[in-house]
Design a protein around this ligand. Structure first.
Ligand code: NAI
Length: 301
């Protein structure tokens, strides 16, 4: 297998001053990419700003012989981050949407501010950066995007209603960008990582945090962002030296005759079939999901 190089590619990694983003930025640079190291330098709850977060990672990349520039803008100002790439490197090939914060609280204690802030950084931020990059990717007929979800978004997690909403929303965004970008060789995918970082060090024991290196996540990101990778709209869980794809599973379900009015009791009577995942389908598009449903319109009982 030939080495996956990124020579002449320009990569934006958001939230690259710490944790996963830092690891991604260092790895892209080590493989020849010119990297925009974006980080506002916020706390894990999204407060404050500190230029040093991005500057330190740029210094590390330069010290290792790589090329990088710092962007201290919030991801909600995506235009500035993309301008930084264009002004310094003249192009943009890869966007890794990684910046994130937490405002964990049980739903009954969650404020509208907790909700909005998490939405703004994760969803609005990923939209803002990707949307500003999009015309460049379309014009050059090349682009790779990563969206960073979380198991909390895929499965739910106590105290993370806002974060779960944002994280699954990002996968919805990635799936549609994969469809809209396909004809121009723009590939978008989602990862749900697990890594020891300042974000997880308060909820995991120290030895687990130390073992769950961000460097276990980064290689999948690079693989998905390489020009040789053409499949988009996929979702991967990754961490601890493990990687696997996640997809939707839909039960075979039950088709009712369409003539008599359908009642809640009919649904209750077939509950076992509706929820039986034996030989489940795995629809890969909205069209595919719809076709089998529409077929039931011929069901006269
Ligand atoms: P981290 O806290 O170490 O790094 C996040 C970085 O994002 C920080 O450097 C922070 O300054 C930056 N940031 C925050 N708001 C920003 C904004 N508005 N604009 C620009 N930068 C901003 O966290 P970690 O663990 O590296 O997380 C990275 C991503 O991975 C996040 O999206 C997180 O939600 C996600 N994730 C992490 C998991 C883990 O196990 N560490 C699990 C699931 C998802």
């Amino acid at each position: 297998m030939s080495a996956l190089q990124f020579d002449d590619r320009v990569v934006i990694v958001t939230g690259a001053g710490n944790g996963l983003g830092r690891s991604h930025a260092l790895a892209f640079a080590a493989r020849g990419a010119r990297v925009v190291v974006n980080d506002l330098g916020a706390s894990t709850t999204g407060e404050g700003s500190d230029l040093r977060a991005a500057d330190q990672v740029v210094a590390e990349i330069v010290a290792a012989g790589g090329e990088a520039v710092a962007s201290h803008d919030s991801v909600t100002d995506g235009g500035h981050i993309v301008d930084c790439a264009m002004d310094n490197f003249g192009r943009i090939d890869v966007v890794v949407n990684n910046a994130g914060i937490l405002r964990d609280r049980a739903f009954h204690n969650m404020t509208a501010e907790d909700w909005d802030l998490v939405y703004n950084v994760h969803v609005r931020g990923a939209f803002s950066v990707s949307h500003a990059a999009w015309p460049h990717l379309r014009a050059q007929e090349y682009g790779r995007l990563i969206f960073t979800a979380s198991a909390a978004g895929l499965y739910g997690n106590f105290g993370q209603a806002n974060y779960s909403m944002a994280k699954l929303g990002l996968h919805g965004l990635a799936q549609t960008l994969a469809i809209e970008g396909a004809s121009r060789n723009i590939v978008a995918n989602t990862i749900a990582p697990v890594a020891g970082s300042r974000m997880t060090e308060t909820i995991m024991p120290p030895q687990i945090v130390a073992q769950l290196k961000p460097e276990f996540v980064t290689p999948l990101v690079l693989k998905l962002c390489h020009e040789s990778h053409r499949e988009g709209g996929r979702l991967f869980e990754v961490g601890a030296g493990w990687a696997g794809q996640v997809r939707w599973a839909r039960s075979k379900g039950h088709g009712f005759p369409v003539d008599p009015p359908l009642t809640p009791e009919d649904i209750a009577a077939q509950w076992q079939h509706i929820t039986d995942f034996t030989d489940a389908d795995h629809p890969a598009s909205a069209q595919e999901a719809l076709v089998s449903m529409l077929a039931n319109l011929q069901n006269r009982g």
